[in-house]
Design a protein around this ligand. Structure first.
Ligand SMILES: [Zn+2]
Ligand SMILES: [Zn+2]
Length: 368
């Protein structure tokens, strides 16, 4: 079949809207008619060539839509189901899947960097040449083909533009709090960076019952938004020392937990310094993979626990429906994360806005 997609043909972009071709479904495949697709910072990394992925490819890993068709062996989803795509499909039988860590699934970590699906092959072509999958999703397109474990059924009541956000930013942020760090009620949480990821950490901390939630950023607009999402204290790090600000409100000790969601080199050290001795530091932001970042040895000494979390400890088949129901019950804010709705042809402008730093989320409303 043929359909329109945003294609990255050269490092740095721009993305081109092209008609692409897809082969028939292979075992385990699910064909999704994409209805909404969110623009995420990791897409930007792919466009900028920081992920060393094969080109051309179709970016997009926050997609929601309607199942159009499934391979004969697929049992957990059926045509007509509303689904959100997960960029963490998994084989279910490797060492890490058996260990209950599907984020580390060997079939995914082997094949995702090659632009393939779990079975080590692709389904897409552009003018007769190989076209590669990005994150095993490729949602910046009218259709995508994903492994069965990458298509998670949601209640039909949740709108697609909100549903797509569950597929990356919400799972990563809320999951890091609830699943990975297991934040306890009555504790204090500091959040460095109040973009989409940080805001989701903040609302996760609110859902977990944290008593004090410190939102730290350098943009007042983002700090105001952080208050809407549940922050109890806001700190503009350009105006005051964020470590002093947090310590002064926590009896001089520091926060019980700090989530680093800024992805800036020096905030790694800040995340250690705002955390109390024996507290938990959860690193969510990213920098270049080969970069070495200095940290002060003494800040490691007092029994701080450092954790890196990629997908919020997510188990998508369990957590996406949980998050969708939290939204439908009014406990999870999704509409407020979207500050722009765009068409597929406006995707380059959307990424420019995201790179400029003021945008939380732009969502493509896909036309068919
Ligand atoms: Zn596996
Ligand atoms: Zn993402």
């Amino acid at each position: 079949m043929k359909f329109d997609a945003a294609v990255l043909t050269k490092t740095g972009g721009p993305l081109e809207i092209r008609t692409v071709q897809m082969t028939g479904l292979k075992p385990g495949d699910v064909l999704v008619r994409i209805m909404a697709s969110g623009l995420c910072h990791t897409d930007l990394e792919a466009i900028q060539g920081r992920l060393n992925l094969p080109l051309p490819l179709i970016p997009g890993h926050e997609g929601a839509g309607i199942v159009e068709a499934v391979a004969p062996d697929v049992t957990s989803v059926k045509p007509g189901d509303h689904v959100v795509c997960s960029w963490n499909p998994y084989c279910g039988h490797c060492f890490y899947c058996d260990e209950g860590q599907p984020i580390l699934c060997e079939s995914r970590t082997t094949n995702e960097p090659k632009g393939f699906l779990l079975d080590g092959s692709n389904r897409l072509s552009l003018d007769g040449e190989n076209l590669y999958h990005y994150s095993m999703v490729c949602s910046h397109a009218q259709y995508c083909v994903v492994p069965e474990s990458g298509a998670v059924v949601l209640p039909k009541e949740i709108p697609f533009d909100c549903a797509c956000l569950l597929g990356c930013g919400v799972m990563t942020g809320v999951g890091a709090v609830i699943r990975r760090a297991r934040v306890r009620a009555g504790t204090s949480v500091a959040v460095l960076g109040c973009g989409a990821l940080g805001l989701n950490v903040i609302q996760g901390a609110r859902m977990a019952g944290a008593e004090k939630i410190f939102a730290i950023d350098v943009l007042d607009g983002k700090l105001q938004k952080a208050l809407d999402f549940g922050a109890t204290h806001i700190v503009n790090a350009n105006m005051v020392d964020s470590v002093d600000a947090v310590k002064s409100e926590t009896s001089g000790r520091g926060a019980d937990y700090c989530f680093e969601a800024a992805g800036i080199d020096h905030t790694l050290q800040v995340s250690l310094d705002v955390t109390r001795p024996g507290g938990d530091v959860i690193l969510l932001g990213k920098t270049e993979v080969n970069k070495e970042i200095p940290i002060r040895w003494g800040s490691l000494m007092p029994e701080r626990v450092i954790t890196r979390s990629s997908y919020g400890g997510g188990r998508p088949k369990i957590d996406f429906p949980f998050l969708a129901n939290a939204y439908l019950q009014g406990r999870l804010m999704l509409d407020e994360l979207i500050d722009k709705r765009i068409k597929l042809e406006d995707i380059n402008q959307g990424f420019e806005d995201l790179a400029a730093g003021w945008l939380i989320r732009a969502v493509i409303e896909m036309e068919h």
